[in-house]
Design a protein around this ligand. Sequence first.
Ligand code: DX5
Ligand code: ZN
Length: 220
Amino acid sequence: MGIQITPSILNADFAALGAEVARIPNADWVHVDVMDNHFVPNLTFGPPMVEALSRSTDLPLDAHLMIDDCDSNAMSYAEAGARSVTFHIESTKAPIRLARELRGHGTRASMALKPMTPIEPYAELLPELDMVLVMTVEPGFGGQRFLDLCLPKIRRTRELVERSGGEVWLQVDGGISLDTIGRCAEAGADVFVAGSAVYSAEDPDAMVEALREKAEAAAP
Ligand code: DX5
Ligand code: ZN
């Protein structure tokens, strides 16, 4: 599939989300950060917002659920039109069942890991997944500093993905900028979320392309 750039709208203007998404026509996906003020100390969108967004753009939506009890709550984001749904493993009791439910609906199933959650216990789960998200900040807010300590986990995840057949995308999220994207691509990431880097740029779509170029140049 190659390198993909998925801007996060967390740092966009919430009063004009349709117009904000229209500013990034070259993005591969739109990353929607769902926060419930329990799993993380911040509150954002629910399924009706995802449904409205999916009607307002042709770009596919990548829902990143930072919520409690993904087992009960994740499917409503698939039903709202998200083409990829990422559940945090820290708030999912039955990830095999959930991944199968998502895929059964025709939605890409993705598992996220907080910075201190290891990938190794989940190696056997990889064939059930379409993507793994390695968080490179503590989830909850945009605009945080990239955590270099996550780079070895990106490398180990890439190794496990290759061993399992290489079909699983490897996403990174948090502090991704022109400065940090090359390090992540070099370590094996291929899907890049960028929030503040894209939406604080004067021309967000030009930033999407600049990020893509940097990642492509650094990819192994
Ligand atoms: C953080 C969110 C991120 C956030 C990234 O919890 O999951 O998607 O929007 O924002 P930046 O790119 O500014 O770190
Ligand atoms: Zn996110």
